[in-house]
Design a protein around this ligand. Structure first.
Ligand code: AMP
Ligand code: ZN
Length: 469
């Protein structure tokens, strides 16, 4: 089946042709681990997981590489301001290394709670300093670099197609200095740091010797160095959020292609942002953001957020509201009930999924059409409700679809004994719901969730499961 992807580089949908037949090499920009990831970041990771799983579903082998930015990402994308890691260390009175460790673990806890598959290769930037300085040396040899007081910079004027990813008008804006803060010493406003020197009066926690002086890598450098180290000089697919188009990915392309003379990535995929319904943009540096743990705190299964993300195509902006999460949670419950009932109904072995059936084809076509998960979910809903299809076949299809959607459609409700105090709260909540006292019932849902018990209302009544292990 033809797989088409929307390529930011060419601004159109293209047939996906991997460099090695049947095998997709994917690089996805990972988290900057100085703080918790917010649910906006997680939208991008859920989209990337949908892409990886869709490729696997359609028969591709996948090698996904993801970096962990644990050094060098400065507060401003214009290579100025403090290193976010050092900022985190100061904020929490810990070492930058401890901050990186703590938030890397927190990130993967959230990543797994959303059923994202672990990448085949994970690479913390601080493990690849050698690859990065080698890349700077290669660029220096080819004449793309120059030195100013605070570091070694890339001369964007030396690369004729600099900025091709973001488009001409945008780059003209950068050239005029509209988008990046101007460092008077830079030759061109768009030039960016490859290697930054530790300031003479400063003792950084993270710094390394280099042929140019002690310092640390520029943020963009890590992705180029690690992507090429693990996937070769040209990679198939490179992903990230839309904010990366203008600066980060533009500069990754510049330094990689200047060094190798080859295309860096053949397909560039960008997820649009999650925005907050009332406050607009969600960002880590602005503070006051929601994390994956905010979901169980409000009594929701984190996978309701995965479902929520899949209801909107990744190239459309998604507005976050709690009403939307509530609707997604209900949708997820409904889908789980349908799947659960089918499992009860079908006694004996489950047949193979009927890959030739129209619903199976429609589902696959949706995935192959630029990862159209909203459409794939609609096909699943319709098929599970269609009694003209024999139940065993519907069950087989749901099991196959679960490989892509990963919504725990067949999760056993975790039952068992609850302490009397908690059972009493559940009973009280059921009574409140019957009496249509939703305010009280929500309070009780929250109280139970604070104690690690997640409530689900199903057609058969209220069920519960533990949220913490
Ligand atoms: P960071 O940890 O800031 O480097 O970002 C990690 C990933 O989240 C990157 O791919 C960003 O493009 C993406 N991202 C940041 N903010 C949002 C948002 N509000 N919605 C979706 N993706 C985002
Ligand atoms: Zn990157």
């Amino acid at each position: 089946m033809d797989f088409t992807l929307y390529n930011t580089l060419t601004r159109r949908k293209e047939l996906f042709k991997p460099l090695r037949p049947g095998m997709a090499g994917i690089y996805t920009c990972g988290p900057t681990v100085y703080l918790y990831a917010h649910i906006g970041n997680m939208r991008t990771y859920v989209f990337e997981d949908g892409l990886v799983r869709s490729l696997k579903f359609l028969g591709f082998g996948v090698k996904r590489v993801m970096n962990i930015t644990d050094v060098g990402h400065l507060v401003s994308d214009a290579d100025t301001g403090e290193d976010k890691m050092e900022l985190g260390a100061r904020r929490e009175g810990k070492s930058a290394w401890d901050i990186a460790k703590f938030y890397t673990e927190a990130f993967f806890k959230d990543f797994k709670a959303l059923n994202c598959l672990m990448p085949e290769v994970l690479c913390p930037a601080t493990d690849y300093i050698k690859e990065m300085t080698d890349l700077v040396a290669a660029l220096e040899k080819k004449g793309f670099t120059y030195r100013i007081a605070d570091g070694i910079y890339f001369d964007t004027a030396k690369l004729p197609d600099y900025g091709k990813l973001a488009g001409k008008s945008h780059i003209e804006g950068i050239r005029e200095g509209a988008r990046v803060e101007v460092n008077a010493e830079k030759r061109n406003p768009a030039d960016f740091a490859l290697w930054k020197f530790s300031a003479p009066e400063e003792k950084r926690q993270m710094e390394w010797p280099s042929p140019w002086g002690t310092g640390f890598p520029g943020w963009h450098l890590e992705c180029s160095a690690m992507a090429m180290r693990h996937l070769g000089e040209t990679i198939d697919i490179h992903c990230g959020g839309e904010d990366h188009v203008a600066v980060h990915h533009t500069n990754e392309i510049a330094q990689s292609e200047a060094a190798t003379g080859k295309p860096f990535a053949n397909y560039w995929l960008h997820g649009r942002f999650l925005i907050m319904g009332d406050t607009g943009k969600m960002s880590k540096s602005a503070g006051g953001f929601l994390t994956v743990s905010s979901l169980p705190e409000k009594g929701y299964d984190p996978l309701a957020y995965r479902y929520y993300c899949f209801q909107t195509h990744y190239r459309k902006q998604l507005e976050f509201t709690w009403t939307g999460v509530e609707a997604a949670a209900r949708g997820l419950d409904g889908l789980r009930s349908l799947a659960g009932r089918l499992k009860e109904e079908v006694a004996g072995p489950v047949p193979a999924a009927d890959r030739g059936a129209k619903y199976f084809q429609d589902f696959s076509l949706a995935l192959a059409d630029d990862v159209n998960l909203p459409e794939a979910m609609a096909v699943l809903w319709e098929t599970l409700k269609d009694h003209s299809i024999p139940a065993p076949r519907r069950l087989a299809f749901a099991l196959a679809a679960e490989e892509v959607l990963a919504l725990d459609l067949f999760a056993e409700k975790k039952g068992g004994e609850l302490p009397a105090e908690l059972s009493a709260l559940i009973k009280e909540r059921e009574a409140a719901r019957k009496a249509k006292d939703f305010k009280r019932s929500d309070e009780l849902r929250k109280a139970l969730s604070d104690k690690g018990v997640l409530i689900e209302d199903t057609p058969k009544g209220t069920t519960w499961k533990h949220t913490r292990g």
